[in-house]
Design a protein around this ligand. Structure first.
Ligand code: PA5
Length: 460
């Protein structure tokens, strides 16, 4: 079951020469494309993009994850992820995509005996307190996820939870905590080893936002009963599709090349609009991947150059009634990516009624899926007519195999776009600056200089 990429509405032969991209423009970029392909290959060979090999390198890890997930399922009522950014958005997106949309509200037997699932990706005290109002820490497992092992938000959550657990279950608290982190670097690994937590490792060449197919995403998914082997098989399948050098045959390269040309033409906004509630949080995950990887500045002969495309999340059809007016008639500064699902996992019939009122009765006899498809097509048509660049990723169905493909496709697209833009898509100096300033403000030793720098800023 293969996902497909339809980029017709990006092209000038569809939306007009002035508005779209021509085949000639793509061909003219061939030397740049070739260089980008070689650069990515080199990085992969040198082990710098280990995230690309996750579908193949984790047989033992997967076994361990499945055994751990089974043990968690047998012992705990709730499973809570403590993490932020790349350590949270993937688990949220995959859970929403592949589990029941009201998973936590289902009785346990309808969750296949799996625990309730929560991801706390913020430090809002009200949200934290609210969590403790609905879970019992005595019957909860906590998965602390942080690649760096030092992110303030996650470590603060960890300290709170550890304290509560100690109070509630004494020395057994260690059995309630699973740490997912770097094998060498950071504080969490030291703590985990000293205190004897079950530990999973994020390989060195797997950055936060590229880590969903590592234990970061695989453990939470397995705990909720998601078939992680299928997820990885889907990613491996997409890797195969993305290994072709011909850009016209490679969906990730083509997606990146079109976005690159669009950016050069002033399309500074990338909207992701899934037409499926199950894929709603894929847009969140993609927003981080795209923004943090590509939003960069660099020097060209002493002059600062800024690149990147601002990601926007939208949901079909909900946001047709809030954002689409802007997309069809506002500035020509966007690329809209629809995600379309061909077959929904549930069918709901719209009953016939009000036969004397044709403006209502026309809906009867159709299904909600048909209405959703019609609305997606209608929106796509409206954008096409307004000569706005748009593209569609088509999932025959939402399942572990297609979601694995989708994640991998978007990761390779992002990495390839980074090469085309000549930037390092795998660092995040802008995020680090904020992290360091937080350490300084909160009094972390070693950040005194940063604190002085902060205090030296102009007073408001
Ligand atoms: O993609 C990234 O590297 C970041 O968004 C991180 O995922 C985020 O800052 C959290 O970092 P960590 O996993 O080290 O706690």
């Amino acid at each position: 079951m293969r996902i497909r990429f339809d980029y017709n509405n990006m092209m000038s032969d569809m939306i007009g020469e002035e508005y779209g991209i021509s085949k000639e423009q793509i061909l003219a970029l061939q030397p740049k494309i070739k260089a980008a392909i070689e650069a990515l290959k080199e990085k992969r060979k040198a082990g710098k993009t280990e995230w690309r090999d996750l579908p193949y390198t984790q047989a033992d890890v997967v076994k361990d994850i499945l055994a751990t997930a089974e043990a968690i399922k047998n012992r705990f009522e709730s499973f809570v992820v403590l993490g932020i950014g790349g350590s949270a958005l993937g688990p949220i997106a995959v859970h929403q995509a592949l589990n029941h949309l009201h998973y936590n509200e289902l009785p346990r037997e309808k969750r296949n005996g799996c625990p309730r699932f929560y991801v706390v990706d913020n430090i809002d005290p009200e949200r934290m307190r609210a969590l403790f109002d609905i879970i019992d820490v005595k019957s909860t497992a906590f998965n602390v996820i942080t690649k760096s092992g030092s992110t303030s938000e996650t470590m603060a959550q960890f300290l709170i939870v550890r304290d509560m657990l100690k109070e509630a279950v004494g020395d057994e608290y260690r059995e309630h905590i699973i740490a997912t982190t770097d094998a060498e670097k950071g504080n969490l690994i030291r703590i985990a080893r000293e205190e004897g937590f079950k530990t999973f490792y994020i390989p060195a060449g797997v950055g936060g936002r590229f880590s969903e197919l590592s234990p970061v995403g695989l453990l939470p998914a397995a705990v909720c009963g998601i078939d992680i082997e299928e997820l990885l098989a889907g990613a491996a399948y997409m890797d195969e599709l993305c290994s072709k050098d011909d850009v016209f045959e490679n969906p990730a390269y083509m997606a990146a090349v079109l976005q690159y040309i669009a950016m050069k033409q002033g399309k500074n906004i990338s909207v992701m609009m899934p037409y499926a509630d199950s894929l709603k949080y894929m847009a969140d995950w993609y927003a981080q991947l795209w923004a943090e990887s590509l939003g960069k500045k660099f020097d060209v002969e002493g002059r600062e150059v800024y690149v990147g495309q601002t990601p926007v999340k939208a949901l079909g059809v909900t946001d047709q009634h809030s954002q689409i007016q802007l997309y069809t008639e506002g500035p020509f500064d966007k690329v809209i990516t629809f995600i379309k699902v061909e077959n929904f996992r549930s069918q709901v019939d719209i009953p016939k009624g009000y036969e004397d009122m044709p403006a209502v009765s026309f809906l009867g006899g159709h299904t909600l899926g048909q209405l959703l498809h019609a609305e997606q097509m209608a929106t796509e048509y409206a954008l096409y007519k307004a000569k706005r660049m748009n593209r569609t990723i088509i999932l025959p169905e939402v399942n572990a195999f297609t979601v694995g493909q989708l994640l991998y496709l978007l990761e390779v697209e992002t990495a390839f776009a980074g090469e085309l833009l000549n930037i390092n898509a795998f660092d995040q100096p802008g995020v680090e600056e904020g992290k360091n300033a937080t350490y300084a403000l909160m009094g972390r030793p070693g950040y005194e200089e940063k604190k002085a720098e902060l205090e030296g800023r102009p007073k408001k």
